[in-house]
Design a protein around this ligand. Structure first.
Ligand code: PLP
Ligand code: TYF
Length: 399
């Protein structure tokens, strides 16, 4: 019966991680998957999470029951406060429907299923390029996907004119997926002024914006990284916002995130929430409990939340420092080449000007793993691996 099943080629990012694990060279460096590593090269457990675990242990004397379909109530409210602002009008008005999800991926899936049910004709528009899973998840939910121009390899920035021109042509009612900060895979973000110009177009064209936020705080700051959210709220748009806490709480395996749908009024939000619950029920009934409890403890406590904010700020600062050093050392080695884009791009990733052949040489000759597209995880760099990485890049970029 199952003999005709073909082998899937697998996720390109995760398969590269498997290759890396099998590589027995001591000097190998993994800059492929998007994980935040500390200066010692470890994926850290944050101090605020350690404290939250201690608190949880002292409170927990009952078995874990199922959470409701929409997740932990206090967590959902804490998410709204973080993303939209505690005193913000849509939070105060109760016009945001938020459900706890299995990471950012789960939020995308719940959002995609919900949208496809209510807007079956809508197509999804994503940036060219985008995180591959955006396409997989939406196609899995039944969407046809298309791309709008985004990354300009010549400058390492956004080709905003082409992006805007394309978005002006998208038929009303289609879904436009946007990265509010730390674009995956390029690191090229819109400026605040560009968001100011884009948002009225989305509104005028009656498009459905879907913001996917996986790196809040790792670009500029927790507040600046949600500028797009602020502008959309101020413009009175209805939109979806998925967020992931995998990176910013270093809680990858707990699968914790949320989906928020900003509605015009409280009654609509109530009905939307009821449908998001239906979507959850049809997929996996209810979300896991631990990640929500941990994040809720941190965000709900002034001291722990302050500690978390400092820890996120430190992660962001370390990435920027690594960008600066990589830039400095590459310029010193290859004075004729322009690496300014490393400083301008934001977040965990940079799309480096590397051909697939150069990427293969990095891996085969130097044990430096980056994605085939040229995406390099800046958050995997540290003082110890920087010299061999610079050496490897200089070698493949020189010839
Ligand atoms: N969205 C973007 C843009 C991402 O880069 C990622 C990667 O982790 C996700 C969503 C998925 O997040 P999670 O691992 O929490 O599912
Ligand atoms: O882009 C990345 O590297 C991260 C991690 O199927 C990731 O978003 C990669 C692939 C995947 C899930 C997460």
């Amino acid at each position: 019966m199952f003999q005709s099943v073909e082998l899937s080629p697998g996720d390109p990012i995760l398969s590269l991680v498997e290759d890396f694990k099998r590589d027995d060279r001591a000097q190998k460096v993994n800059l492929s998957i998007g994980l935040y590593y500390d200066e010692a090269g470890h994926v850290p457990q944050l101090a605020c999470i350690r404290r939250a675990y201690e608190r949880l242990a002292s409170q927990q004397d009952r078995p874990d029951l199922y959470l409701p379909m929409e997740g932990l109530a206090s967590y959902r409210l804490a998410v709204q406060h973080l993303l939209f602002g505690r005193g913000s009008e849509p939070v105060q008005a109760g016009r945001i429907a938020t459900v706890q999800t299995l990471g950012g991926s789960g939020a995308l899936k719940v959002g995609a299923d919900f949208l496809h049910r209510y807007f079956p004709q809508a197509e999804l528009w994503v940036s060219n390029p985008t995180w591959e899973n955006h396409i997989s998840i939406f196609e899995g939910a039944g969407f046809k996907t298309r791309t709008y121009p985004y990354f300009d390899p010549a400058t390492g920035g956004v080709d905003f004119e082409a992006m805007l021109a394309c978005i002006r042509q998208i038929p009303a009612g289609h879904v436009v997926l946007l990265h509010p900060c730390c674009h995956n895979p390029t690191g090229a973000d819109l400026t605040d002024e560009q968001w100011d110009m884009l948002v009225p177009v989305l509104k005028e064209r009656k498009l459905i914006p879907f913001l996917d936020l996986a790196y809040q705080g790792l670009g500029r700051s927790l507040e600046e990284d949600v500028y797009a959210v602020r502008v959309m709220v101020a413009a009175g748009l209805e939109f979806l916002l998925s967020n992931s806490f995998s990176k910013v709480f270093s809680l990858y395996g707990d699968r914790i995130g949320a989906l928020s749908v900003v509605c015009p009024d409280e009654g609509t939000a109530e009905r939307v929430l009821s449908q998001l619950k239906v979507t959850v029920r049809r997929n996996y009934s209810s979300p896991p409990v631990r990640g929500a409890q941990l994040v809720d403890i941190v965000l709900g406590d002034q001291a722990l939340s302050g500690l978390w904010q400092d820890e996120v700020a430190a992660m962001g600062a370390r990435i920027r420092e690594m960008r600066k050093k990589l830039h400095e050392q590459l310029v010193a080695r290859l004075p004729g080449q322009d690496f300014r884009y490393l400083l301008e791009q934001r977040g965990m990733f940079s799309m480096m000007k590397l051909s697939p052949a150069q990427v293969d040489r990095l891996r085969e000759e130097h044990g430096v793993y980056v994605l085939r597209s040229g995406r390099v995880c800046m958050a995997g760099l540290n003082e110890r691996n920087l010299p061999p990485v610079v050496e490897a890049l200089a070698a493949v970029l020189a010839s």
